[in-house]
Design a protein around this ligand. Structure first.
Ligand code: ZN
Length: 163
């Protein structure tokens, strides 16, 4: 059966993510492919559009502007946070360190700007905000989504959502 990527298929893919300077940021070619349910806004819209109609084994490169990916850098995204609100109680805090902050809206990712004794300045921009990103993708598998997956709006099983 030859599937193509279309609405309500579960697509597994390997990818290498790099920034505009060609620095590799992520790579899962040696690991389990990522699985997602197509057509449910689980990926960036421009990425789903590029994947539409592709087949197993196809390779493609998709370059996303910051607006198509994690958004532009906001300069008002810095906040002082009590250190006790950091998840995982990190012992040493250094500038550039990624942390999770416990907020009313749940755990939020941030980057340490400056750490004091009780308070830490955290930049809540996504670490990839403001970056032009290129995904080099190779499609590993395409299958029909189950009724459960369609109802949940995401892929289940290896590389997907685990319940
Ligand atoms: Zn689910």
């Amino acid at each position: 059966m030859s599937h193509t990527v279309q609405q309500d298929t579960v697509v597994s893919f390997h990818y290498r993510l790099s920034d505009a300077e060609g620095n590799e940021l992520e790579n899962n070619f040696d690991a389990q492919p990522t699985a997602y349910l197509h057509g449910h806004r689980n990926l960036f819209q421009a990425m789903e559009a590029a994947l539409e109609g592709k087949q197993v084994g196809d390779e493609l490169e998709v370059t996303l502007t910051p607006e198509q990916a994690y958004g532009p850098l906001r300069d008002n995204a810095c906040q002082k946070v009590p250190i006790k609100h950091l998840l995982g109680k990190p012992r040493k805090l250094q500038a550039g360190q990624l942390v999770k902050v416990n907020t009313e809206k749940g755990a939020v990712d941030g980057t340490v700007v400056k750490a004091g004794r009780f308070m830490v300045d955290v930049d809540f921009n996504h670490p990839l905000a403001g970056k032009t990103l290129t995904f080099a993708i190779r499609i590993a598998d395409i299958r029909e989504a189950s009724a459960d997956e369609r109802a949940h709006g995401h892929a289940h099983g290896p590389g997907g959502h685990q319940h």
